[in-house]
Design a protein around this ligand. Structure first.
Ligand SMILES: Cc1cc2nc3c(=O)[nH]c(=O)nc-3n(C[C@H](O)[C@H](O)[C@H](O)COP(=O)(O)OP(=O)(O)OC[C@H]3O[C@@H](n4cnc5c(N)ncnc54)[C@H](O)[C@@H]3O)c2cc1C
Length: 296
């Protein structure tokens, strides 16, 4: 978007544009990258994202952990353990992912925060939080009902639930700094999880103890995401991506995901699609006539 806006304003050649990310490689997206079919070829999201950056002359600094931001300078450490700094005129910094720092107490006033929340502040649900190496991670580690253990009336979905671990291979610098992207809980899976839990709660009200909770694991759910790379009805572009499932399942799919439903495209159509979804979702959020027919 910044590249697009600078070009539209006719000042692109005056700006050096840098994308600094904790992803070890471009196109990781926090989901360990994607293998997908693009115009008949099987390609990897690293190649796809890298060529988009190159085309737009955006420099990328990967595997970087921001340590400090001073007036006009960002200081960061890279995966090789080196420390660097980069001067800027304008910067946008995404803060680390974390939950709201809430405390939890049981009915006797005992502090049960550690039992309810992960150190990141996200709520523990029905995931398997046993620490395991990357090679042993499976889709079965991921939660299905989003119910807090021991509390069948407490749920956490979307951003709020504590993932069992990352999706991308975890990486540390020689100095011990963890440099890795968080698992994304984007709009579509968050919406599906929310609807699943709402249905479970409705069932609990109607069926009582016999209610069977619905399931929506990120190891089964797909996600579609449209990232704007420039608004405009004639010259806008957006990158449209879909993946199934979000958490790769190497037992079911050779590349971890269904090649047919895992795709990436960039172009004007993406912008139009994003615009249409924008109006559809606002219509849905307002609960207007037929809202429930619009999917998550
Ligand atoms: C800039 C940006 C662009 C994005 N673009 C896309 C995209 O193109 N496609 C896509 O799929 N996803 C996108 N996402 C991600 C998507 O918006 C989120 O994944 C999704 O909104 C998560 O849904 P959620 O319900 O878990 O959390 P949220 O939508 O964040 O909802 C949490 C709600 O809880 C409320 N809240 C917080 N604390 C409290 C409290 N103590 N008490 C009561 N209420 C509280 C908040 O006000 C908020 O309304 C984007 C996110 C950002 C930030």
């Amino acid at each position: 978007n910044v590249d697009h806006e600078l070009r539209e304003a006719g000042v692109r050649e005056q700006a050096r544009l840098v994308f600094l990310t904790n992803e070890a490689q471009l196109g990781d997206f926090g989901v360990d990258g994607l293998t997908f079919e693009h115009e008949g070829f099987v390609t990897h999201s690293e190649l796809w994202a890298s060529s988009l950056f190159r085309e737009r002359q955006v420099e990328a600094i990967v595997g970087a952990h921001v340590e400090r931001v001073d007036e006009g300078t960002v200081h960061y450490e890279t995966l090789d353990g080196e420390h660097h700094s980069l001067d800027f005129d304008f910067a946008m910094l995404l803060p680390p992912f974390g939950g709201v720092p809430l405390k939890a107490y049981d009915r006797d006033g005992e502090d049960i925060t550690d039992q309810i929340f992960a150190p990141s502040g996200f709520m523990k649900v029905d995931a398997d939080y046993t620490p395991r190496p990357y090679e042993e991670w499976t889709v079965d580690d991921w939660p299905e009902t989003y119910m807090a253990p021991g509390f069948d009336n407490v749920f956490a979905t979307g951003i709020a639930f504590a993932p069992p671990h990352q999706i991308s291979r975890p990486r540390k610098s020689p100095n011990g700094t963890v440099i890795a992207p968080s698992p994304p809980r984007t709009g579509m899976p968050s919406g599906v999880m929310g609807k699943t839990v709402a249905t479970t709660i409705a069932r609990k009200i109607t069926d009582g103890e016999d209610a069977v909770p619905l399931k929506a694991s990120m190891g089964r759910l797909g996600a579609a995401c449209i990232a704007s790379s420039g608004a405009g009805l004639r010259r806008g572009t957006a990158a449209a991506m879909s993946m199934l499932p979000v958490v790769p399942d190497y037992e079911r799919y050779e590349t971890g995901r269904d090649l047919h439903d895992t795709r990436g495209e960039i172009g004007l159509a993406g912008h139009w699609l994003k615009l249409i979804l924008h109006y559809l979702f606002i219509y849905k959020a307002k609960g207007r006539f037929g809202w429930h027919l619009i999917p998550e």
